[in-house]
Ligand binder design. Structure first.
Ligand code: ADP
Length: 295
């Protein structure tokens, strides 16, 4: 056996008994691990693959339960059953919290443009350097910067096979048009509706745990007062100030009508001024209804 060759592991078989079937490399359930990887890297890859397999199975069962076929997407993105969702709403309308739940439930790829841009800023990439001045001022980064990033990301295999959840994109008419031009069609456009005065309150008290990504609010959903380590590492986003949220809300109101107008046929408006559990229930029903229509 040639040990420099890539080891093929049948991802789908990790959760079952028939391990290491030589599936074709283009199959979406095949994980490729280089034999030059260290044993710990291989373990991490297998652990992630196993979690992915569980999600994949869960999603396929969910689809089958609703009379949809459990057929997989091929590597060209054809005959896809992947669920594609756009979630929109003003800053702090609850998109992040709901995305965590949706991504867990459907096993789809969560793409938050805010997180992607913050990562680019932290890494000091060209995009990050360009984006920083806009983000610091609470302004939208130019369409041409963000459109390129999202288009490239949606081309990747995981988005085609698992489906995508766009969070924070499209935010302008030009971004919506670019998404349509790229042939990326959503099943459902979820709009979280929250009054501005509530949003300001939410933004100012919002804190994020960098280790888990969990979002807290110092008044409405505070961290455990005894967990000193957690409290010490909580981060307050530099644009989550009263001054900057006013600019962010202005930008949101300038563009929201045009974005909603692009998705009238698949839009569901959800009252986001309720508990995350109640909002999540409505979201789940809306996605089920959208998928039932598709069937
Ligand atoms: P929020 O929706 O709470 O304002 P995000 O984390 O989604 O926060 O975005 C943070 C910042 O990243 C925005 O204020 C903006 O500068 C930039 N950004 C994110 N998504 C886009 C987008 N689609 N178009 C332009 N700028 C964006």
């Amino acid at each position: 056996m040639n040990f420099s060759a890539l080891l093929l592991v049948a991802l789908s078989s990790i959760a079952t008994t028939t391990a290491f079937l030589p599936l074709p490399q283009a199959h979406p359930n095949v994980l490729r691990i280089s034999t030059s990887s260290s044993p710990s890297d291989v373990l991490v890859a297998l652990e992630m693959a196993s979690r992915q397999a569980t999600k994949w199975e869960k999603k396929q069962k969910w689809l089958e339960g609703r009379g949809l076929s459990a057929e997989a997407t091929d590597s060209d993105g054809e005959s896809s059953n992947a669920v594609n969702i756009i979630i929109a709403g003003a800053p702090a309308s609850g998109k992040g919290t709901q995305c965590e739940i949706i991504k867990e439930e459907y096993g789809i790829v969560h793409l938050s443009t805010g997180d992607m841009l913050r990562a680019a800023v932290a890494a000091g990439t060209d995009v990050g350097v360009k984006a920083k001045e806009y983000m610091d001022g609470g302004k939208l980064v130019p369409d041409e910067v963000i459109i390129g990033i999202i288009r490239d990301r949606l081309e990747e295999e995981d988005c085609k096979t698992q489906g995508w959840l766009l969070d924070g994109f499209p935010r302008t008419a030009a971004q919506a048009a670019a998404l349509a031009e790229a042939g990326c069609k959503a099943d459902c456009f979820l709009f979280l509706d929250v009054p501005d005065e509530i949003l300001v309150e939410r933004v100012v008290g919002r804190r994020t745990d960098p280790e888990t990504g969990k979002i807290y609010h110092m008044t409405f959903s505070p961290p455990d007062a005894e967990d000193e380590a957690l409290i010490a590492r909580l981060e307050h986003r530099s644009d989550d100030t009263e001054e900057k949220v006013v600019v962010r809300l202005e930008q949101f109101h300038t563009n929201v009508a045009a974005v909603k107008g692009s998705y009238e046929d698949i839009m569901v408006s959800i009252d986001g001024n309720r508990s995350p559990t109640d909002v999540s229930k409505d979201i789940s029903e809306s996605i089920s209804a959208a998928l039932a229509k598709r069937a």
